[in-house]
Design a protein around this ligand. Structure first.
Ligand code: ADP
Ligand code: MG
Ligand code: MG
Length: 893
C-alpha cells in the first residue's frame, strides 16, 4: 500500500523527493534531537495524485487522522478542544525550495470557542485574538480565495482609527473587533462562513497547499528556475509554537554565513514578540542576530550551537528559521541557503579550508553563469541609495543612459552621441532599431523569454524586464510609486541584478576581471575564484581556445587562459582601407588586373598573420579561409543606385566607377546570401583568392620561424558539404604550402581541416575525414542550417513566442540543441573518428562559451571548445565541472 504521511521522526534527506525539501530537513533536525515542534509530512505523491485526479487520494484522510491523533496524544491536547487547544501550522514544501512561492497557514484549529480557551490558557487575550485574526487572514486568502489585500486594508483602517503606529499598539478588544470584520469580509466575498470545525480547516488547508503548487507565482518561479511542473509539493503539518507571546518571545531568521558576501560569521534578523513572516515582512524594525545575545543569552547560545551542527551536517551555508516562545528556542526550518555568485565562490573555498569539503566538491558548487556575472562591471551602489525599481536580470552588465520611450527617439539621440535607455511596456520587432541604439532596455512587462530579453541577450545589450513600472508612452514618462521619471532623465540599469537606479551610478570595475586581465590575486573573492579555476584546469578534459581575429584579442585570450585560437576569421582583414583592394579584385577585367589586386592584399594579410602567430606563439592557431559572400565587401545596391540616380537627376554624368560597381553588385546579388556563394564555394570559383590567403599564412609561418618563434598555424576550410569540395581546395592549399617551402627553404607544415556546419557535412563525415586533419563544428551555421533559421531574421521576429509556447526552453543559438544539432554533431564525431582515429575535433561558435553546451561537448568527447576571449574563463570553469561526475551546468545550491 502507498503511504502518504510520514512523521518528522521517520524521514531524512534521502527522501527529499517524497517529503519535499522542508519536510526532509525538518526530519534531519528532528532525528539528532534538535528542538523541532513535532509534526508530520504529507508526501508530494499525495499532491501529484490530487492534482492529476482532481480528488483526495484514497486513504489520505485516514492516515492524516492517525498521525494527528498521535500528535495530540503526545501534546496532551486535542485540535479544536475549547480550552487550550492544539494549534497547527500547515506548510508547503516542494523538492526544491521555492521561497515565498506557495502558501502556509498558521494557528490552524482556532474557532469562536477555542479562541477564548486559548486566551485563558495562555493568560493573554491579546495573543489569542491576534492568533485568530492571523488564521482568518491566511485561511481566508489561501483556502477560501479572498484577495489578501482586503484583510490588509481592514487592518490598516483599524490602525488609522486607533492612531496605532504598529500592530503591537492594537489591544485585545481591537483585535477581536478585527476578527469580526474579517469574518464578515469572508462571508461577503465568498458567501460562506469561515469553517468553525478544526477538522474541516485542516482538510481544506492541506488541499489548498496542494493547489498552491499551480498558483501563478509558483508557476512563474518554476519556469525561471527550471523546476519541473510535475513534482508537486509536500505539506508539513506541525504543532504551533508562538513567538508573539510577549517580549520573552520572538521570531528570527539566521544564516551560518553571509549569503551576500560569503564571509563567515552569524547573520540574521530577530523580531521580539512576532510570529511567522513578521520578521521579513518589514512591519517593524528587526534587530540583528547579535542583539539576541543580550536579549536572551541562553537561547542565543543554543541557536549558535545548532547552527554549527547544521553547517557541519550539510557541509554548506544553512539558512534557518527559528522562534522563541517564553524563552524557549524552537527550530522551524533549515535549508542549504541561496547565495550570490560572489558568496558561492567564497564559501566553497572556505569550506575547503575548514576541511568540510574537497576541492572537487567546491568546484561543483560554483557555476560558469555565476563567474560570468562576476566578470561584468557593476555599479558601486554604496553612494546611490535605494534602487528605483527591480525586475528580472534578463541580460547582464551595467549601463547608464537617458530614458527614451520609443525607437525613433533612441535612434535620434544615440545618433547625436547620447547614451540612452529604451523604456517600453514590452518590445516588439518594431523596436529593433531602438534596441540596437540603446545602452540598455527596460520593460515593465514580460519575463526572461520576452522579446526584449531574448533580443537583448542576443545582442549583448543590458536588459531588465518586467520591472513593474508604469510606463506612459504618450506622456513620455514612467512612474514607480511616487517617483515620476520623464524622458531624458538619466538612469542606471544593472542587468546582472535586475535593478534600476535614478541618476548615473558610478561603475565599479570587477576585481575578478582585473584578476583575469593582470593575474593580480587578492584575498577573498579573487583568491576563491582563482582556486576554482585551478581546480577546473586540473580536471578538465576539454581544452579551451578562443575566437580571436587580432593580435590584441589573441593576447587577451592567452591572459584569460586560452590554449590557442580555435577560430581566426580572415574577413575583417578585407575591411577598412583594404576594401578598395577587394573591390579591385572583384571588378578585375582580366588575369593581370586580378593578380595585381591580390598581390596588393598579400602583404597586408601576411602582416596580420605574423601578428597573430606571434601573440599565440607555441599554441595552435586555426585560421579560417574567407567565408562571407564577396558582395558583403561592396557598397549597398540601393546606395549606389540612389547616388547614380541623383547625379543623373542633376543632369550630370554618373561616376563610371559607381556604374561599374552597381553592375557588379547587381550581378552578385543573392536572395539568400547565407546559402549562396560563400565559404569553400568562393575558393573554388574565384581564381587566386585561396592561393593568396594560403601564401600569406605560409609566409607568415616562415617569417615567425626565422624570427625564432614556434608558429602553429592550422588552415580551416569553411562551409564544406561534400568531400570533393574539400579535396580540390586542399590540393590547392598544399600546392601553395609546398611552393612557399621550396622558395624559402623553410618547411611549412599546416594541418588542413574543415568546419562542419552543414547537415550534409555531418552526415558524410566519414568521407570528409579522409581529407581533413581536424573538424571544427561551426555550431552557429549548423544551427541555422539544421533548423532552417536565419538567425538575424528569426530571433527578433518570433523567438520569444517560440520560447513562450515551449517549443524550446532556450534559444538554440545560445544553448546547443542537443536533440537535433547535437545528434548531427555526434554522428560526425563517430564517423570522423572511425575514418581517422587521431582526428582532432573542436567547436567554434558562441556555444563554446555556454555552460550547458560545454557539458554537452564534454559528453560528446570533443577535444576543445573555442569561444570569445571574455567567455574563456567561463568555458574553462565549466569544462572542469563537466569532468566531475554528477554535475549539471546550472547546479546552484
Ligand atoms: P516559507 O517556505 O515561505 O518560508 P514556511 O512554511 O516556512 O513558509 O512558513 C511561513 C512562516 O511561518 C515562517 O516564518 C515560519 O517560520 C512560520 N511557521 C511555520 N510553522 C510554524 C510553527 N509550527 N510555529 C510557528 N511558526 C511557524
Ligand atoms: Mg520558511
Ligand atoms: Mg559558418
Amino acid at each position: 500500500m502507498v503511504r502518504y504521511v510520514y512523521d518528522f521522526a521517520e524521514g531524512d534527506s534521502d527522501l527529499a523527493g517524497l517529503l519535499g525539501g522542508k519536510g526532509a530537513n525538518l526530519a534531519e533536525m528532528t532525528r539528532p534531537g534538535m528542538p523541532v515542534p513535532p509534526g508530520f509530512t504529507v508526501t508530494t505523491e499525495a499532491c501529484r495524485s490530487y492534482l492529476t485526479c482532481g480528488r483526495e487520494p484514497h486513504g489520505l484522510s485516514e492516515e492524516i487522522s492517525e498521525h494527528l491523533t498521535s500528535l495530540e496524544n503526545a501534546a496532551g491536547r486535542r485540535l479544536g478542544q475549547p480550552n487550550g487547544p492544539l494549534l497547527l501550522s500547515v506548510r508547503s514544501g516542494a523538492r526544491f525550495s521555492m521561497p515565498g512561492m506557495m502558501e502556509t497557514i498558521l494557528d490552524l484549529g482556532l474557532g469562536d470557542d477555542s479562541v477564548l480557551g486559548l486566551a485563558k490558557k495562555s493568560g493573554s487575550e491579546r495573543f489569542a485574538w491576534d492568533s485568530y485574526r492571523r488564521l482568518l487572514q491566511m485561511f481566508g486568502s489561501t483556502v477560501m480565495g479572498v484577495d489578501g489585500g482586503v484583510f490588509e486594508s481592514a487592518l490598516s483602517d483599524l490602525k488609522r482609527l486607533r492612531g496605532a503606529a504598529d500592530d503591537l499598539d492594537l489591544d485585545a478588544a481591537d483585535l477581536s473587533e478585527l476578527v469580526e470584520t474579517y469574518k464578515n469580509l469572508i462571508r461577503e466575498e465568498t458567501g460562506e462562513d469561515f469553517p468553525q470545525s478544526s477538522d474541516e480547516q485542516l482538510r481544506r488547508a492541506v488541499l489548498a497547499v496542494f493547489e498552491s503548487w499551480n498558483g501563478e507565482r509558483a508557476r512563474i518561479y518554476r519556469r525561471r528556475e527550471h523546476i519541473a511542473d510535475g513534482l508537486g509539493t509536500a505539506v508539513n503539518v506541525q504543532t504551533m509554537v508562538f513567538g508573539n507571546l510577549g517580549s520573552d518571545s520572538g521570531s528570527g531568521v539566521a544564516f551560518t554565513r553571509d549569503p551576500a558576501t560569503g564571509r563567515a560569521g552569524l547573520y540574521g534578523d530577530y523580531l521580539p514578540n512576532a510570529q511567522g513572516e513578521d520578521v521579513v515582512a518589514g512591519i517593524r524594525d528587526t534587530v540583528s542576530l547579535a542583539d539576541l545575545e543580550d536579549l536572551d543569552p541562553v537561547s542565543y547560545a543554543q541557536l549558535r550551537g545548532h547552527m554549527r551542527t547544521l553547517e557541519r551536517h550539510y557541509r554548506d551555508l544553512c539558512d534557518i528559521e527559528f522562534t522563541i516562545e517564553h524563552g524557549r528556542l524552537w527550530m522551524l526550518q533549515t535549508r542549504v541557503g541561496k547565495r550570490t555568485s560572489e558568496a558561492a565562490f567564497v564559501i566553497a573555498a572556505e569550506l575547503v579550508d575548514e576541511g568540510l569539503i574537497d576541492p572537487a566538491e567546491a568546484l561543483r558548487r560554483v557555476t560558469g553563469d555565476g563567474l560570468a556575472r562576476l566578470m561584468f562591471a557593476r555599479f558601486d551602489t554604496s553612494g546611490v541609495g535605494e534602487a528605483l525599481a527591480h525586475g528580472l536580470p534578463a541580460s547582464p552588465g551595467a549601463a547608464v543612459g537617458a530614458v527614451v520611450f520609443d525607437s525613433a527617439e533612441a535612434v535620434r539621440r544615440a545618433g547625436a552621441g547620447e547614451h540612452v535607455v529604451l523604456v517600453r511596456q514590452e518590445t516588439t520587432p518594431d523596436d529593433l532599431a531602438g534596441m540596437i541604439a540603446a545602452r540598455a532596455v527596460l520593460t515593465s512587462h514580460g519575463g526572461n523569454t520576452s522579446h526584449a530579453a531574448v533580443v537583448a541577450r542576443g545582442m549583448g545589450t543590458v536588459c531588465v524586464c518586467g520591472a513593474g513600472i508604469a510606463v506612459d508612452i504618450a506622456a513620455r514618462r514612467f512612474t514607480v510609486g511616487d517617483t515620476v521619471v520623464e524622458e531624458g532623465t538619466v538612469v542606471s540599469v544593472d542587468g546582472s541584478e535586475g535593478t534600476v537606479y535614478l541618476g548615473a551610478a558610478p561603475l565599479a570595475e570587477s576585481d575578478v576581471m582585473r584578476y583575469f586581465e593582470s593575474g593580480e590575486r587578492t584575498a577573498g573573492l579573487v583568491e576563491s575564484v582563482a582556486r576554482a579555476m585551478e581546480q577546473a584546469d586540473r580536471g578538465a578534459r576539454l581544452e579551451v581556445r578562443a575566437n580571436a581575429d587580432t593580435p590584441q584579442d589573441a593576447v587577451r585570450a592567452r591572459r584569460f587562459g586560452a590554449r590557442g585560437i580555435g577560430l581566426c576569421r580572415t574577413e575583417h582583414m578585407f575591411l577598412g582601407e583594404r576594401r578598395e583592394l577587394v573591390e579591385a579584385m572583384i571588378l578585375a577585367r582580366d588575369e593581370t588586373d586580378r593578380k595585381r589586386a591580390l598581390s596588393a592584399l598579400l602583404p597586408l594579410q601576411r602582416g596580420d598573420f605574423i601578428g597573430i602567430l606571434e601573440a599565440m606563439d607555441g599554441l595552435p592557431t586555426t585560421i579560417r579561409l574567407i567565408d562571407p559572400p564577396l558582395h558583403e565587401f561592396l557598397p549597398h545596391r540601393t546606395d549606389l543606385a540612389v547616388r547614380i540616380a541623383a547625379t543623373e537627376a542633376r543632369g550630370e554624368r554618373p561616376d563610371p566607377h559607381d556604374v561599374e560597381l552597381l553592375a557588379a553588385v547587381s550581378r552578385m546579388h543573392e536572395e539568400n546570401p547565407m546559402l549562396g556563394l560563400r565559404g569553400v564555394r568562393l575558393g573554388l570559383v574565384v581564381p587566386g583568392l585561396v592561393a593568396m590567403q594560403v601564401r600569406a599564412i605560409a609566409e607568415a609561418v616562415v617569417a615567425r620561424t626565422r624570427a625564432g618563434g614556434s608558429p602553429e598555424a592550422e588552415i580551416m576550410v569553411p562551409l564544406v558539404g561534400a568531400v570533393e569540395e574539400l579535396r580540390i581546395e586542399r590540393t590547392e592549399v598544399e600546392r601553395v604550402l609546398a611552393q612557399v617551402s621550396e622558395e624559402t627553404g623553410v618547411p611549412v607544415h599546416c594541418p588542413v581541416g574543415t568546419m562542419i556546419e552543414l547537415p550534409r557535412a555531418a552526415l558524410t563525415a566519414r568521407r570528409i575525414a579522409e581529407e581533413a586533419e581536424f573538424f571544427s563544428f561551426g555550431t552557429n551555421d549548423l544551427t541555422q542550417t539544421t533548423w532552417g533559421f536565419s538567425r538575424d531574421d528569426v530571433e527578433a521576429a518570433f523567438f520569444s513566442a517560440y520560447l513562450d509556447k515551449g517549443i524550446f526552453a532556450a534559444s538554440p543559438f545560445e544553448t546547443l540543441d542537443r536533440d537535433g544539432v547535437g545528434r548531427l554533431l555526434r554522428i560526425a564525431v563517430d564517423e570522423g573518428r572511425a575514418a581517422r582515429p587521431d582526428l582532432k575535433i573542436g567547436v567554434c561558435g558562441e556555444h563554446g562559451g555556454d555552460p550547458d553546451s560545454v557539458h554537452f561537448f564534454h559528453e560528446a568527447e570533443l577535444d576543445y571548445v573555442s569561444c570569445s576571449p571574455f567567455r574563456v574563463p567561463v568555458a574553462r570553469l565549466e569544462a572542469g565541472r563537466a569532468a566531475l561526475s554528477g554535475t549539471r551546468p546550472n547546479d546552484s545550491k
